[in-house]
Each structure stands twice: as structure tokens, then as C-alpha cells.
Write a new protein. Structure first.
Length: 101
């Protein structure tokens, strides 16, 4: 799934076969894991599915990318997870793998 997402980043929209959480991850990667319009799209998707683990877990990553450590930690605690990697890119890859199964 990681290859599928990465190979589609030149497109203007995420592939139609992606679930909303994977679309949020696509938008985060499309924006180079930085705050900007793509981050805003991903954040909106996360908010639309609040209280569902997949959305909330990606919400944690979004706030880590934003640099809001306390908010990111809140979302990680809320889903009972911890950061799996030392970087946002490692975490992004972990989430894609975990949410593709």
C-alpha cells in the first residue's frame, strides 16, 4: 500500500480506492509531511471521523507534524498508542501499514 500511495502523489486527488483514513495519510504525504493546504485537508478528514481509532491516530500524527507536541500526545493517549518511529516519515509509514491490514 505504501508504494500505491507514493506512486499516486503526482495526482491532484487521492486514489478513489482509499479509505478516508488512508486519504488523510495521502494528503499528509502529498504536503511533504508539513503544515499547509494538504495538512488542512488531512486534518479535516481526521476531524470528520473523530472517535474512530484510525482517524484519531492520524490526528495524532497531524499534530506531531504541526509541532504541537501536547496535542499530538493527547491524541496518542486517546487511541492507546505511542509513536512508533523517531520521525514523522517513519510514523507515516507505520500508520499506512497498520491501517492497510
Amino acid at each position: 500500500m505504501i508504494d500505491h500511495l507514493l506512486s499516486s502523489l503526482e495526482e491532484s486527488q487521492p486514489p478513489a480506492d482509499l479509505t478516508p483514513p488512508l486519504q488523510a495519510l495521502w494528503w499528509l504525504k502529498k504536503g511533504n509531511l508539513a503544515v499547509g493546504p494538504e495538512w488542512e485537508r488531512a486534518h479535516g478528514i481526521c476531524q470528520s471521523g473523530e472517535d474512530e481509532k484510525a482517524f484519531d491516530w492520524i490526528h495524532a500524527l497531524a499534530h506531531w507534524i504541526e509541532g504541537d507536541e501536547s496535542n499530538a500526545n493527547y491524541w496518542y493517549r486517546r487511541v492507546g498508542e505511542t509513536r512508533s518511529g523517531a520521525s514523522t516519515d517513519e510514523e507515516w509509514r507505520h500508520l499506512v501499514t497498520a491501517l492497510s491490514q
